[in-house]
Design a protein around this ligand. Structure first.
Ligand SMILES: C[S@@+](CC[C@H](N)C(=O)[O-])C[C@H]1O[C@@H](n2cnc3c(N)ncnc32)[C@H](O)[C@@H]1O
Length: 222
């Protein structure tokens, strides 16, 4: 397991500006007691479908979904602790269908059983625009192998970005992967969120939307 931490390096931020006393206590008490995945493992076994979000940022999507869909289990991964605190600050009553891995998603994915996840969301991942940083982008052939392994056949892999070059990168790599099928049924499919997308926009999308397009890529596990 320690090997996984060496194998998968995380290049983003883990901490931002100082937290308020309330958010600090959410992380020290609420998070540890109710939500934290302490060692990487599959945290659910009640038979309900499992949706997995990589890099949830401030957690708008997970907060909305976990409080409105008690019959779905949610696993969220986010190493940026201010984001974890932001998510917890929006949960009104504790929910038991949400578990959080506050580290690199790749480390947890390595311990998730084959064919166990119904959906994976990768919303607005870091674009790493410089050529020499492309290897840091989340979507890489080996990460796609891992996602294909944990997704159930027919499961969904949903991505978004406002960065056209990243959209092309994510599309090309996933389209070229033998286990994924692009579900587009019209030429402008990439402009439309999934039919059951519940939010207007995440905070990140609102910032990005200063005239920019959000590209949606909706794939299925073959
Ligand atoms: C640009 S932000 C987008 C946040 C959110 N998905 C949204 O749409 O508002 C990308 C997030 O992915 C997280 N991230 C980057 N690499 C990650 C990894 N390997 N595992 C988990 N989270 C990661 C970052 O910490 C950051 O919060």
């Amino acid at each position: 397991m320690a090997d996984n931490y060496l194998k998968h390096r995380f290049h983003g931020r883990r901490k931002g500006k100082a937290l308020t006393t309330h958010r600090k206590s959410l992380l020290e008490v609420d998070f540890v007691k109710n939500y934290k995945i302490k060692e990487p493992h599959m945290p659910f076994n009640n038979g309900n479908p499992i949706w997995f979000e990589i890099g949830f940022g401030n957690g708008e999507f997970l907060s909305h979904m976990s409080q409105n869909h008690a019959d779905i289990n949610f696993i969220g991964c986010e190493p940026f602790m201010n984001g974890v605190a932001a998510l917890l600050s929006t949960i009104e009553k504790p929910v038991d269908n949400l578990k959080i891995w506050s580290d690199n998603a790749r480390i947890l994915i390595d311990e998730i059983p084959d064919n166990s996840i119904e959906r994976v969301y990768l919303l607005n991942p870091d674009p790493w625009p410089k050529k020499r940083h492309e290897k840091r982008r989340f979507v890489q052939p080996d990460a796609l192998d891992d996602l294909a392994r944990i997704l159930k056949p027919g499961g969904d892999f949903i991505m978004s970005t406002d960065v056209a070059t990243l959209a092309e990168w994510m599309h090309w790599h996933t389209w070229a992967h033998e286990n994924f099928e692009w579900t587009a049924n019209s030429q402008d499919d990439w402009l439309n969120p999934p039919v059951d997308w519940p939010l207007d926009k995440t905070r990140y999308m609102k910032k990005a939307l200063g005239g920019e397009t959000i590209y949606w890529l909706k794939f299925k596990r073959k």
